[in-house]
Design a protein around this ligand. Structure first.
Ligand code: TXA
Ligand code: MG
Length: 320
């Protein structure tokens, strides 16, 4: 077991000593280390079993700190940072020469964001270095949205989980890169396409095949439970097809009734997509613990955060 604690100064001491600490953000918990410590960054990759070609996101305390990380900021990047930081938006920009190649997998760009969580903002303010933090889960598995999820995954492999309560957003940040000076969405996430387009106008979404392995969040299978999971628009039909099995259901708004269902979670009875997003990963963690034969997940409406939820469910359900 790692220590689960709210002690920000203890977390700061460990990070300063080049150790890893899992940190809360508004999206998911991150596995954090000093970006300038080769030891800490290597340890992040080893602990997560993450391939070195998969670059990390740098977390900074404020928009002003961006100038220490990047060498060039397009006008639309400034507009997006002003509109959404602190918040669940990551910008991929030209890096400056101080950013180690390990962070960026040798690329000349770096992914950076200001997370919107009071505990982690206080931690970042207290440190004199930024934090690299991928989601605190083994590579490919469901991201953690509580301190307990992180401890369940890593136990004594990390010394401390800084407890900031359950993540309010529950899905990773939206990642935006730039082609020329034009924004392109690399990964759907907790900032909706509609919200982004309201600031900078129409944006392209990169085809996942084209950008892998740049953004392995876009790899086909990712965010996946170990239980076989299928995604459908017609839960009743899927239940009929699998009724000889132990079935778990992940429903969007309405509970389904059928004798074959042994466990069911409804994401938002109020039909609220942000509530559904915030509960999604915890629901998948719970379903995965029930010793089921199959998880049947229901597609959400394909608007706003529904598009991001469906993206994650799609990746949870591609067979390996
Ligand atoms: O919400 C989040 O973004 C969370 C919290 C902890 O901040 N972090 C997160 O990190 O989701 P991670 O490592 O699980 O996903 C980061 C994604 C990866 O898919 C990586 O390939 C992509 O960001 N990425 C990082 N640097 C990049 C770069 N220079 N160009 C393209 N993609 C990049
Ligand atoms: Mg991840």
């Amino acid at each position: 077991m790692s220590i689960i604690s709210k002690d920000i100064s203890k977390a700061a001491d460990l990070l300063t000593a080049e150790e890893l600490v899992a940190i809360p953000t508004e999206t998911v918990y991150g596995l954090a280390g000093n970006i300038y410590s080769e030891k800490a960054i290597k340890c992040i990759f080893e602990t997560k079993q993450r391939p070195f070609f998969n670059p990390l996101i740098v977390h900074i305390p404020s928009v002003e700190a961006l100038e220490n990380i990047v060498s060039y900021v397009p006008e639309k990047a400034t507009q997006l940072a002003d509109a959404f930081w602190p918040g669940p938006l990551t910008l991929v920009l030209k890096k400056n020469s101080r950013i180690p190649d390990l962070i960026t997998a040798g690329k000349d760009t770096v992914a950076v964001r200001v997370p919107n969580h009071p505990t982690t903002l206080e931690l970042l303010e207290a440190l004199d270095f930024p934090l690299a933090a991928p989601s605190a889960n083994p590579f490919g598995s469901i991201s953690p949205t509580t301190a307990q999820h992180v401890d369940d995954y890593f136990k004594e492999k990390i010394q401390m989980v800084l407890d900031g309560g359950p993540c309010q957003r529950g899905i990773e940040s939206t990642i935006i890169g730039f082609e020329g000076d034009e924004p392109v969405i690399y990964r759907l996430g907790s900032t909706s396409i509609e919200a982004i387009e309201a600031i900078v106008g129409p944006v392209d979404i990169k085809n996942k095949k084209e950008i892998a392995p740049d953004a392995p969040g876009m790899l086909d299978r990712h965010y996946a439970p170990s239980t076989l999971t299928i995604l459908t628009t017609d839960i009743s039909e899927a239940i009929e097809l699998h009724q000889d099995k132990r079935i778990g259901v992940l429903a969007f708004q309405n509970a389904h009734k059928h004798d074959a269902i042994t466990f069911q979670i409804v994401l938002s009875e109020a039909n609220d997509l942000s509530e559904a997003a915030s509960k999604l990963y915890d629901a998948l963690h719970q379903l995965d613990k029930q010793d089921l034969d199959i998880i049947i997940a229901e597609r959400c409406p394909d608007v706003g955060l529904g598009t991001s939820i469906n993206d994650r469910l799609q990746r949870a359900t591609v067979s390996s």
